[in-house]
Design a protein around this ligand. Structure first.
Ligand SMILES: NC(=O)c1ccc[n+]([C@@H]2O[C@H](COP(=O)([O-])OP(=O)(O)OC[C@H]3O[C@@H](n4cnc5c(N)ncnc54)[C@H](OP(=O)(O)O)[C@@H]3O)[C@@H](O)[C@H]2O)c1
Length: 334
């Protein structure tokens, strides 16, 4: 298979390029090349999707399959479809779970979940507040042009090597440091994420096998306590003890859920967000998505975190001092 990846220089799209190359496929990555570089052993074509004719250089080649990871611009998605949609036999668009509007109901499926509407006409395609609606608009462009050969993959939280979001990596790093660890919520709370390498393997599998339809790109949910035990087994440092602290108490201390400064990543308020972490992905698994162990993900994530620098200022997570302060307040209140 000759696979064209619109991207290929940073995180998910670069991992797709690596996986496809390692599976023996011919791979072309097309990007500006300003955010990173593609992996060795693939062809790179410099393109700028902000230019109306930016993909013209790709038009003459015949690709068996195209993977587009465009974040949220329906204009860029449409231009790619105009340039390449009729010749490619299979088209993957990486969408997001942010297209869904009901974060609370558990066990929802990709094909029946209520969805955002596209943004109002004239909205700014760079408006991050409109990420979900613009993802819907991007999906609609793909359906309109290549519905019969489209694989719409709605990714959830993507984690692992080359993740630059600073979220998931907080936990392997923290557990590796050892000592008393502040943990939000309860062991039975469900969490759901996907290792970037598993998602990439599945996307390549679906391109090769011409899988079409709309799917969630996320692993089955797991109890949070089990995930932490898996991480501990792989990367746990000296004398780790987990101190479970209820979410409502953390909220009162103004600890932020999910991501951002002074946050505890992966934690979401329940039951409001219970559906976000418990999607029914049996259709994805049936279509070939397989997921590696938490231990493997934790080990590889910690290695990547070391490359980024363990002592850097994180964009997500709490500092060591803040954790000590919170633990003292919790024990005093307990
Ligand atoms: N990360 C998550 O947890 C998560 C969750 C749900 C969904 N998603 C979705 O997953 C997809 C992949 O995300 P990612 O962050 O992993 O992407 P990525 O691999 O970083 O790929 C983005 C690519 O777009 C290229 N690009 C950006 N602007 C361009 C332009 N003007 N012309 C040509 N190429 C351009 C970048 O290269 P250059 O900058 O070098 O051009 C890069 O190769 C996105 O659609 C995202 O919405 C991510």
């Amino acid at each position: 298979m000759h696979l064209l990846i619109l991207g290929g220089t940073v995180f998910l799209s670069r991992t797709i390029a690596e996986v496809a190359r390692d599976r023996g496929h011919e791979v072309t990555c097309a990007a500006r090349g300003v955010s990173g570089s593609p992996p060795a052993g693939v062809e790179f074509v410099q393109v700028d999707r902000d230019q109306p004719e930016g993909l013209a250089r790709l038009g003459d080649a015949n690709y068996d399959a195209v993977v587009d990871v465009e974040r949220q611009s329906p204009t860029r998605v449409r231009r790619a479809l105009e340039a390449l949609g009729s010749s490619a036999a299979h088209w993957t668009y990486v969408s997001s779970g942010s297209v869904y509007t009901d974060p609370g109901t558990t066990g929802q499926k990709a094909t029946t979940s209520p969805m955002e509407s596209p943004p109002p006409e004239g909205s700014d395609e760079n408006d991050r507040e409109l990420y979900g609606p613009f993802k819907v608009a991007c999906e609609n462009e793909v359906r309109l042009a290549v519905d019969d050969k489209a694989f719409l993959c709605r990714a959830g939280l993507i984690v692992g090597p080359r993740d630059i979001s600073d979220r998931f990596g907080y936990w392997p790093v923290r557990l590796a440091r050892g000592g008393e660890v502040l943990v939000p919520g309860a062991p039975d709370d469900l969490v759901q994420y996907v290792d970037v390498r598993d998602l990439a393997e599945w996307i390549v599998h679906c391109a090769k096998n011409r899988v079409v339809g709309t799917f969630d790109g996320i692993a089955p949910s797991q109890p949070w306590g089990q995930v932490l035990q898996g991480m501990l087994a792989a990367v746990g440092g000296p004398a780790v003890s987990l101190t479970w602290v209820p979410a409502d108490w953390l909220g009162r201390q103004e600890v932020t859920p999910w991501s951002g400064p002074d946050s505890l990543p992966l934690w979401l308020p329940l039951p409001d967000y219970a559906g976000f972490m418990s999607r029914d992905v049996s259709a994805s698994v049936k279509a070939g998505l397989s997921t590696r162990s938490t231990e493997e993900t934790a080990t590889a994530t910690l290695e990547w975190e070391k490359v980024l620098g363990l002592d850097r200022d994180r964009r997500s997570g709490i500092s060591g001092e803040r954790e000590v302060e919170l633990l003292a307040a919790w024990h005093a209140a307990d």
